[in-house]
Design a protein around this ligand. Structure first.
Ligand SMILES: [Zn+2]
Length: 673
């Protein structure tokens, strides 16, 4: 959230040399990768698939692929993200010549670093002056204003679908207030995190100095001390992703009584939220933060907002601040040595600020209807496969199975792009005003969100742009979403072998569907309501099976001393496990009894799992990997690939020996769905 307009993470248009060579010589009917959709040149056949299936499939690629200087990691997702960004750039460059085009104007203003430099700190001065003028009684209203301006505060306040009443919106309040990625960065004694902490304090001091503030070192130290106490109050990420624990509906009066020290009523009122009930995510953390705010001098509270504002708007402030923000947030925290070229960041900003305006022109040009038809069919096949798998489950009661079928029948697949667009008429975008554009875009976003309260659910709305290389499951909407940009090679290639496509996009589709049955998604019924629709015995058996997967992932140690967090990544690993299995079933069913050929020496099942491994090829910088291990609910790509060790069909395909590292005896393989 800190750099909110860099949601399209910085990536470079550097396709691995091997791929460029292939495309140069390609005939129009050939798939983009290799001869059947998989890059066999990227394999390392000196590795036994049973020892490390990731390296077997991707080892040579991993050795030969250098992470571009402005990237924190690089892989199959990055290649497509680069492509999306290049295409979006072309559209925005064309839009620039039309002075009435909002996207063209926003893009051009962001690119105009000379104007940004000339303006200096003048554009942000009024907001900084507002912060500095606030007194303690005015702090709640100040936070509401910060929220609207897009500046992170100690609380996350937003309107969202009510998990227990999915036909209505409700105000949500969540813990927030850390300038580093997680509480561990403040509290752990790990040497690398202690280093990051020291760098953070120096970063805050430099920001204050760049903003012309005196006594920067002492003030930075006070901010870090304040945030360290916030970190102590915070829940862990494991608890914070628990749908039951984080659903605490209360009245404002209850909240005032249980979390004294901060005027929540004034906060909501100033934020334009006319509500007397809300859902509180982490009650003890919110209470801890309120008490902490009460005893912290207003000067420290103000300073935190000043540095958060400078970091948040760094992209559109003078280069000295921009570079300082990059040096900490990207180099220290992610290991990225070089900042991306300005145009890439301009594409990212414009795509975030005016998402649907950019999306409209993007999909008109880059989403062929045939792709949607093919994806629709795959979704149907995988839903059918999941239905069949549910019938065979031994641990689930028949009455729960009936409800699980009903939930599958209720799925809303969303493919390519939304069928309705948001209206940005109220958002004013001005030439030569990069800072103002970002500020007003943040305010527009805030007002749009607040405006949902009391309205029927915006069921048409997507949480992802069609240019984004990703996919999503939404529990409340019982929806699965696949943006246009992920429906491309290596995930999906109409010219590739079907086995590779099912192992790629098929498994991604299965993954998102399976989220609705993972450790959290399974708590939501066919209407998207958070309620226990299973028998108690089903829940107990499901938890026991899930714990086996937790233990399997806890054992992985990607960095010395740093393990994958099995519980934090349980939802994603469950979705991989169930999704890959369903995709495999769907692939077999799609053959309709025909025997698939051997291609280049690989059986169909071997190609299916190679397709899976190929979409997960990714190299990480160490700092980025460390941050992900601490904060990301996804396991690293290598460990995600290894989910295959739980699948009987993978053993049949590759015949690993019992002594191989990934080998699991049949009764040690985890099967949940
Ligand atoms: Zn997922």
């Amino acid at each position: 959230m800190r750099r909110r307009f860099i949601t399209l993470s910085a990536l470079v248009a550097l396709v691995p040399a091997a791929l460029i060579a292939q495309s140069a010589a390609r005939n129009p009917d050939a798939p983009q990768y290799g001869t059947f959709g998989f890059d066999t040149a990227g394999m390392d056949r000196s590795v036994k698939p049973g020892d490390d299936f990731y390296a077997f499939a991707n080892g040579t690629w991993a050795k030969n692929t250098v992470i571009p200087a402005d990237e924190a990691n690089y892989g199959a997702f990055s290649v497509l993200q680069d492509l999306s960004r290049e295409r979006t750039r072309g559209l925005l460059e064309a839009a620039r010549s039309d002075p009435r085009s909002k996207i063209g104007t926003a893009y051009a203003a962001f690119l105009d670093t000379a104007a940004i430099e000339r303006a200096g700190l003048a554009p942000i001065r009024p907001w900084l002056a507002t912060i500095k003028a606030a007194d303690k009684p005015g702090y709640a209203a100040l936070l509401a204003q910060a929220d609207r301006n897009g500046v992170d505060t100690p609380f996350g306040l937003y309107v969202g679908q009510d998990s227990k009443n999915p036909d209505a919106y409700v105000v949500n309040l969540r813990q927030s207030g850390l300038g580093m990625p997680d509480r561990d960065y403040y509290l752990s004694n790990d040497a690398k995190l202690v280093e990051a902490r020291t760098a953070y304090r120096a970063h805050l001091a430099r920001l204050l100095t760049l903003a012309g503030e005196a006594d920067a070192d002492a003030r930075a130290a006070a901010i870090v001390a304040f945030e360290t106490q916030i970190a102590q109050a915070h829940w862990t990420r494991i608890d914070s992703r628990d749908a039951d624990k984080t659903y605490n509906r209360m009245t404002l009066a209850d909240l005032a009584r249980t979390a004294p020290g901060f005027d929540f009523a004034a906060y909501l009122k100033a934020g334009g939220l006319a509500a007397d009930t809300l859902v509180v995510g982490q009650p003890t953390a919110i209470a801890g933060e309120a008490a902490l705010i009460a005893k912290t001098p207003i000067a420290v509270l103000r300073d935190q907002l000043i540095v958060r504002s400078l970091d948040g708007f760094a992209d559109v402030l003078p280069a000295a601040i921009d570079r300082e923000s990059f040096a900490f947030n990207d180099t220290v925290l992610n290991g990225t040595p070089e900042q991306s070229e300005r145009w890439k960041r301009a594409v990212g900003f414009t795509s975030s600020a005016l998402t649907d305006e950019v999306s409209k022109v993007y999909v008109a040009r880059y989403f062929p209807p045939a792709t949607k038809a093919a994806a629709d069919e795959m979704v149907r096949n995988i839903i059918a496969a999941m239905n069949r798998r549910i019938d065979t489950l031994e641990w689930m009661a028949p009455e729960t199975k009936a409800k699980a079928h009903a939930k599958l029948a209720a799925f809303v697949p969303r493919i390519g792009y939304p069928d309705r667009w948001r209206d940005y008429a109220a958002l004013s975008i001005r030439a030569g005003d990069a800072f103002g554009n970002m500020l007003r875009a943040n305010q527009w976003q805030h007002d749009y969100n607040v405006g949902k309260l009391g309205k029927p659910i915006y069921r048409w709305e997507w949480g992802m742009a069609p240019m984004t290389v990703n996919a999503q499951a939404n529990f409340g909407l019982v929806a699965i979403t696949f943006p246009a940009a992920i429906l491309q090679p290596p995930f999906f290639d109409p010219k590739a072998d079907a086995a590779v496509n099912y192992g790629g996009i098929g498994a991604v589709i299965g993954h998102e569907m399976s989220h609705h049955f993972d450790d959290q998604g399974a708590k939501f019924d066919a209407r998207g309501r958070l309620t226990q629709w299973w028998t108690d015995a089903d829940v107990a058996r499901f938890k026991a099976l899930s714990q086996k997967l937790v233990a399997q992932y806890d054992a992985y140690q990607p960095l010395p001393g740093l393990h994958v967090k099995g519980q934090l990544t349980l939802g994603e690993n469950s979705a991989d496990l169930a999704g890959l299995a369903a995709a495999h079933d769907a692939y077999l069913a799609s053959l309709k009894g025909a025997k698939p050929p051997v291609i280049d020496g690989f059986s169909a099942d071997q190609r299916f799992y190679l397709g899976w491994a190929q979409v997960w090829r990714r190299n990480y910088r160490e700092a980025n990997l460390r941050q992900r291990l601490l904060t990301d609910p996804h396991a690293p790509s290598e460990q995600r690939t290894w989910i295959v060790r739980n699948m009987d069909a993978w053993y049949d395909a590759y015949r690993p020996a019992p002594a191989d590292r990934l080998y699991l005896a049949p009764d040690a393989r985890v099967r949940i769905w």
